[in-house]
Design a protein around this ligand. Structure first.
Ligand code: GLC
Length: 809
């Protein structure tokens, strides 16, 4: 492979040259401190909130294009004056060798240059809020070398957007100081409003960032004007060129953190040191952290703790199929990406950044892939999310995690995610008493979780058009549809399906806990809604995507652009709102009109001219963002829909087309990281069709993992137990899956001797034949063996859950 490959065991991605087609990054994070780290050590860090507790800088114009700045260690030969970057950037001298390994929670960059071998491992310890750079420098030559090392970081403290927009003014509040060989920096000005609106907050940042190392420094700099120098860049900073820091320090200026270390290494010998960059509320804490991590052994111990965390997390769900690419995504990288999105929502990436946003709908979805792997964390998340609902059932759309302030936009899908996320939690945990727990509302008061759910359903039921279809209002899952329903008349087919789906799941939950009357009420609403959907939204070969305020349909055969939308079809299947014949027909239309070599497009054709009656969706350049791309998040729902229809070959074909492993095999077209999903792939109307964009922070991470495990491998939780209903490509001989479920471990082994896509002929649980697809929740802390033979289903009876999921009206 041209730029890199997965390690043999799948746990690492090994990049073999520094000039990847885009920065290929990793997230190093302990859930509070977060460092984005590229293959050259590029990237920035923040604490809790990338908008308001920023630590190091990210320049929008430089980040993707140049991957600068970063967490750099310059090396200089003190005798010749020659200097280089062992991570290639920012000096970019030709290295004799280069390798970057991204792993779970760490990144290691190794290189060689003129007889000096360097290895830097970056990670964030589980327990403390700092990043560590473990630097090993070896003299591979045959004569002693006098060298100098200059670790360097560029600050942007507290409010990132304000620092960007009001840079010179913001610098006036900077302060820096050095004590006990530690550089301390802070700002006396802290506003927690985007871009700095809100006047003078009369408050200082309540934290200090610090920068130090295990060596005794021979110099330092806190001013970029001194370290980098005038009319220069990071590629040739004056302090490195001349081999001397100026010991600059003080306030009111543009600040950096730079250290100088002069040392000699004998042939064959190694020099090792640790660089610490972190955040504390008082200086004393930084001194404690320095004493905790400033030996190599202690830093290595923290790295080991970090690895144990990940091994433990990763091991909870493991599969073995005949497709190694599938396995390495499910077992490692897709699971890892889903963890990252669950912690950081859409707050920060190389493509989207500087905001400080916990997205309501995003976070409910991001939580889904955590459920089987860390139920306790997911439970806390569910409560946190419910706390952002209003007593009328509506919700905040997004908010900042520090101030807890956010906006209520009126996106019509928001209340539906309250239902989806909470009901999935209940299925996974079986904790039905959770329904009776009181959780507060955002603006005061509290009610039981059950009431939160009923209110979400009632809110959407109360916001329907006269003909009974949910109004789209500010937009729905598709943020781009932001001008179709502002006047309160436009309708959303996707929310209609979403509501139909949730009403079924809510009713199942209510029946399960004995609230039969309520369950009947919601099923009656569902029946009515499904009739309305099929009466008003069917377009002949597919469902329209909705109607606008002026009553015109969009996503209709009558439209020249945006003729057929994916979600309107796939969700008809997920919700069971399409009669079987229509379900097949609309999904066949997806294959016919939307399928590309990279998966089905969100809709086609793209809008070529801005259409004020549609909104921003038509303003994005054709084939980018939401305008006619292969948006990976909805691709997951297409796979799920095919599995519900039992079309395992089609489902897998879509999975393979979209998979980052497949896409990474064509890196010069795809460009972005081959080990995580991108939000979207440029569509056929873009000149760069096939290119990935907006990597890491996408709902694809959770959904692709969930759909692969629960719908392709077909092992999914229901209120009454664990459902086994694989839908695989017919060539597979079978597969194995280990999964936790309600405090027990299930070792599931599936064989497929007849080479079917779907159907269970025989099920054996702990050696005993079992006649239902639904196996019990043992909840006994033990391991249970489940053997499944796929084939005709005569001896295994589908439970009501499965019948309901497949009974298209
Ligand atoms: C982005 C947003 C998500 C939205 C999607 C489609 O991924 O994070 O909330 O649903 O775009 O507009």
């Amino acid at each position: 492979m041209k730029y890199g490959h997965f390690s043999e065991d799948g746990r690492e991605y090994i990049i073999t040259r520094p000039d990847t087609p885009r920065p290929w990054i990793n997230y190093l994070s302990n859930e509070k401190f977060c460092a984005l780290c590229s293959q050259t050590g590029g990237g920035h860090s923040f604490y809790q909130s990338s908008g308001y507790d920023r630590i190091t800088i990210e320049y929008p114009a430089l980040i993707v294009l140049k991957d600068r700045p970063g967490r750099y260690v310059y090396l200089r030969d003190a005798e010749t004056g020659n200097y280089w970057s062992p991570g290639w950037q920012p000096v970019r001298k030709d290295l004799d060798s280069f390798e970057c390994r991204h792993g779970m929670g760490y990144t290691t960059i190794k290189s060689a240059y003129q007889g000096i071998e360097t290895e830097i491992t970056y990670y964030v310890p589980r327990r403390d809020d700092l990043e560590l750079w473990m630097v090993k420098i070896k003299n591979a030559g045959d004569k002693p070398r006098k060298l100098q090392a200059f670790p360097y970081a560029k600050w942007s403290l507290a409010n990132y957007a304000y620092n960007m927009v009001e840079n010179s003014f913001a610098n006036l509040f900077n302060e820096s100081a050095v004590e006990d060989d530690i550089i301390f920096v802070s700002t006396r000005f802290w506003n927690v409003t985007q871009g700095g609106g809100g006047g003078n907050p009369n408050a200082r940042w309540d934290k200090w960032a610090f920068f130090t190392a295990s060596f005794k420094p021979d110099g330092f700099d806190c001013f970029d004007e001194e370290f980098v120098g005038m009319y220069r860049g990071w590629g040739d900073p004056i302090a490195v060129v001349e081999g001397k820091c100026r010991n600059s320090c003080g306030g009111g200026k543009d600040i950096c953190g730079a250290l100088q270390y002069d040392f000699t290494i004998e042939p064959g010998q190694e020099e090792k040191f640790v660089v610490l960059l972190g955040v504390v509320s008082k200086w004393e804490d930084a001194k404690i952290l320095k004493s905790r991590y400033d030996t190599w052994e202690e830093a290595a111990h923290g790295l080991q703790e970090n690895r144990s965390y990940w091994e433990n997390y990763i091991s909870r769900t493991m599969c073995e199929t005949s497709d190694k690419d599938f396995d390495l995504a499910i077992n490692y990288w897709n699971k890892y990406q889903a963890w990252v999105t669950s912690r950081w929502s859409r707050m920060d990436s190389y493509y989207v950044g500087g905001g400080s946003i916990i997205g309501h709908r995003d976070s409910w979805q991001d939580m889904l892939a955590i459920l089987p792997n860390d139920l306790d964390w997911a439970r806390q998340r569910v409560i946190y999310m419910l706390e952002h609902q209003y007593p009328d059932g509506s919700t905040l759309h997004n908010w900042d995690p520090i101030t807890n302030l956010g906006v209520k936009t009126g996106h019509s899908d928001d209340p539906m995610w309250v239902l989806l996320g909470t009901l999935e939690y209940l299925k996974e945990s079986g904790e039905m008493v959770f329904l009776d727990e009181n959780v507060r509302y955002y603006d005061g008061g509290s009610e039981t979780v059950k009431q939160h759910l009923l209110r979400a359903a009632d809110y959407t039921l109360a916001h329907c058009s006269e003909r009974g279809i949910p109004l789209i209002m500010a937009a729905d899952w598709n943020d781009g549809l932001d001008y179709v329903g502002r006047q309160g008349r436009g309708e959303s087919t996707m929310v209609a399906h979403h509501l139909a789906w949730m009403l079924r799941e809510l009713a199942n939950c209510l029946w399960f806990v004995g609230s039969d009357n309520l369950a009947e009420k919601y099923i009656a609403e569902r029946d009515k809604l499904i009739r309305a959907i099929n009466e008003h939204l069917w377009d002949g070969e597919w469902y329209i995507r909705g109607t606008r305020d002026d009553g015109e349909a969009f996503g209709s055969v009558r439209n020249m652009e945006g003729r057929i939308y994916l979600n309107a079809q796939t969700w008809a299947v997920l919700a069971g709102s399409a009669p079987r014949e229509r379900a097949i027909r609309c999904m066949d239309s997806v294959h016919k009109h939307l399928m590309t070599e990279y998966g089905p497009a969100l809709f086609l054709p793209a809008y070529k001219e801005p259409d004020p009656k549609m909104g921003i969706i038509s303003r994005f350049a054709p084939g980018t963002k939401e305008n006619g791309t292969i948006f990976n998040h909805p691709v997951c729902w297409a796979i799920m829909a095919e599995c519900i229809l039992g079309r395992g070959d089609k489902a897998y074909e879509i999975y393979k087309k979209a998979s980052f492993v497949s896409r990474g095999k064509d890196p010069d077209t795809y460009k972005t990281e081959p080990y995580v999903y991108a939000e979207y792939i440029h569509g056929p109307d873009s000149p760069t069709f096939g290119q990935g964009e907006f990597t890491w922070t996408t709902g694809t991470a959770a959904w692709m993992w969930k759909v692969a495990v629960e719908y392709i491998l077909g092992v999914r939780p229901e209120f009454r137990g664990l459902l086994i209903d694989p839908c695989i490509p017919h060539e597979w001989d079978g597969f194995k899956l280990r999964r936790r479920f309600r405090r027990a471990t299930y070792e599931i082994e599936v064989s497929n001797p007849e080479h079917v896509c779907q159907g269970v002929a025989e099920l054996i649980v702990d050696g005993e034949p079992w006649n239902s697809h639904l196996i019990p929740a043992f909840s006994d802390g033990k391991t249970h063996e489940v053997k499944v033979r796929m084939g005709s289903t005569e001896n295994v009876v589908p439970p009501q859950e499965l019948v309901a999921q497949k009974s298209l009206e």
